[in-house]
Design a protein around this ligand. Structure first.
Ligand code: 13P
Ligand code: SF4
Length: 316
């Protein structure tokens, strides 16, 4: 950490106290941003934290859809994001017109939207879900109901497999970071790291191959498909000393910090989300001093989106 970073850190810690701000950070945030956060977690844990805070404002160190979720859940709070360009390539794969056209093709289907979607998409959905509760959410829907799952193809295929649901249609979206973590990257590691645990995020394109190996041979016997917080919990609880991690590399900082006696190795060392990395300590400081950038979901959209999120929170 540079002297300048240390100075920003000191000033940010003072400011968040003065402004009674809750700083939430996703597991992929830069180390120096994680270090000033009040709470770090996955999309589900961050939504739950936002929903119950008593702070006057929420400073969201993550990407735009996450700040929108906080705004939907806390309409009376001021929600800030330090950079409006912190988007998400996965959330951008579907817009409202496309979803309306898809729904028109399946008028009786229920729509399950992954949390990585805009507020507008959530408002057109019946349920929201995250990577840690998607199976539970889909299983809560009567078996005879068609399901439209969006927008992640790899997570959707994984959920269709775990729920054994045949009447589930999946939107062909993907996250550029996780789609780049391929079966080949992983399969060649299984042989070299026989005693390690493999932690795989279900957005990875290698997920189907991992499932295949889990069910048909023992190549992937130590593999676990988990959300980012699921990975953190597994790393803490497991007696294993070495972990191969298939997700965005920002999570390795927290894993190593909380488990200094264990070793964490990325499956793909350049799996970095440029949107998550838009949030820097300097921008966090500017955000708190200049009161920028507010993320406010209009109430008519928020009201409908809240229903989908509340149904998810009731299940998970
Ligand atoms: P998690 O909810 O597992 O943290 O995933 C969020 C995300 O954006 C994954 O790319
Ligand atoms: Fe979106 Fe992928 Fe970045 Fe997660 S890692 S925020 S899914 S672009």
């Amino acid at each position: 950490m540079t002297m300048l970073d240390l100075d920003y850190k000191r000033r940010v810690l003072e400011l968040k106290k003065q402004r009674n701000a809750l700083v939430l950070a996703h597991n992929y945030q830069l180390p120096e941003v994680q270090d000033i956060a009040d709470f770090i977690g996955d999309s589900l844990a961050l939504s739950k934290k936002a929903a119950t805070t008593e702070s006057d404002m929420i400073l969201f160190c993550g990407v735009h859809f996450m700040a929108e979720t906080a705004s939907i859940l806390c309409p009376d709070k001021r929600v800030l994001i330090p950079d409006l360009e912190a988007g998400c390539s996965l959330a951008s794969t579907i817009n409202a017109q496309e979803l309306l056209a898809w729904k028109a093709e399946h008028p009786d289907a229920l729509v399950v939207s992954y949390v990585n979607t805009t507020a507008e998409i959530k408002a057109l959905s019946d349920y929201c879900c995250t990577s840690s509760n998607a199976t539970k959410v889909v299983n809560s829907i009567p078996k005879d109901k068609e399901v439209l799952f969006l927008p992640d193809l790899f997570l959707g295929s994984y959920i269709a497999e775990t729920t054994k649901r045949k009447n589930m249609y999946i939107w062909p979206g993907e996250c550029h970071v996780h789609a780049g973590i391929k079966a080949d990257d992983l399969n060649k590691m299984f042989a070299s790291f026989k005693d390690a645990d493999f932690l795989v995020h279900p957005e990875c394109s290698c997920t189907s191959s991992v499932l295949y190996h889990i069910s048909r041979d023992d190549l992937a016997k130590n593999a676990h498909i988990l959300s980012t917080e699921g990975m953190m919990n597994h790393a803490r609880a497991s007696d294993t000393k070495q972990f191969l991690v298939a997700t965005e590399t920002g999570i390795l900082y927290r894993m190593q910090k909380e488990n200094p006696e264990k070793q964490f190795i990325p499956i793909k060392s350049d799996a970095s989300c440029r949107y998550m990395k838009k949030i820097t300590l300097e921008k966090v400081y500017n955000s708190l001093t200049e009161d920028i950038y507010e993320v406010k979901v209009p109430e008519h959209t928020a009201e409908k989106a809240r229903l989908a999120i509340d149904r998810m929170l009731a299940i998970s």
